[in-house]
Design a protein around this ligand. Structure first.
Ligand code: ZN
Length: 167
């Protein structure tokens, strides 16, 4: 009996166990905590950061790897220009703004950007549009938990269906 070795390729649903550390060793995210599950995504569709996606090609179920992702292939370089002071009046009066809070802001072009509250000042609210991990080199430990072909519907929708996402 021959067995085909299924390996990570475009249009496969990858179920990935991962731990993400920063340069100083701090764990910022892990799928292996008790209340977490592996991350499911369709390979080759840009659903995860490019530096990590590229490193997974050819890995089989159970394979482990350490992947170092530079900012340019991760969450981008930190842009010192990506700060903006906005008028507090644009937020609903009942909304309590706090530093670190993320806000979805729609630009006049219609594009949605996520900003993080840096500071609330008398003259307005200072927002940072950098991703919190911008400028960081990312150190991943990954393991392929499972692999399967994506359904036509998943490819069309651009996301994985399963527990918590059925429609
Ligand atoms: Zn869907």
């Amino acid at each position: 009996m021959t067995e085909t070795r299924l390996a990570v390729a475009d249009d496969l649903v990858v179920s990935l166990d991962y731990t993400l550390r920063l340069e100083d060793g701090e764990v910022v995210d892990t799928s292996t905590a008790d209340d977490r599950a592996p991350l499911d995504f369709v390979q080759g569709q840009g659903q995860i950061i490019p530096g990590l996606e590229q490193a997974l090609y050819g890995m089989a179920v159970g394979d482990k790897k350490e992947v170092v992702v530079e900012p340019i292939d991760g969450y981008g370089e930190h842009d010192p220009e990506a700060f903006e002071m906005v008028d507090q009046n644009i937020f609903p009066a009942e909304m309590t703004l706090e530093p670190g809070m993320s806000l979805r802001m729609r630009e006049s072009s219609g594009q949605v950007l996520v900003g993080y509250v840096v500071d609330i000042r008398p003259e307005g609210v200072l927002l940072d549009f950098n991703h919190p991990l911008a400028g960081e080199t990312l150190y991943f430990q990954v393991k392929i938990a499972s692999l399967r072909a994506a359904t036509e519907e998943e490819l069309t929708h651009g996301h994985v269906h399963g527990p918590g996402h059925e429609h």
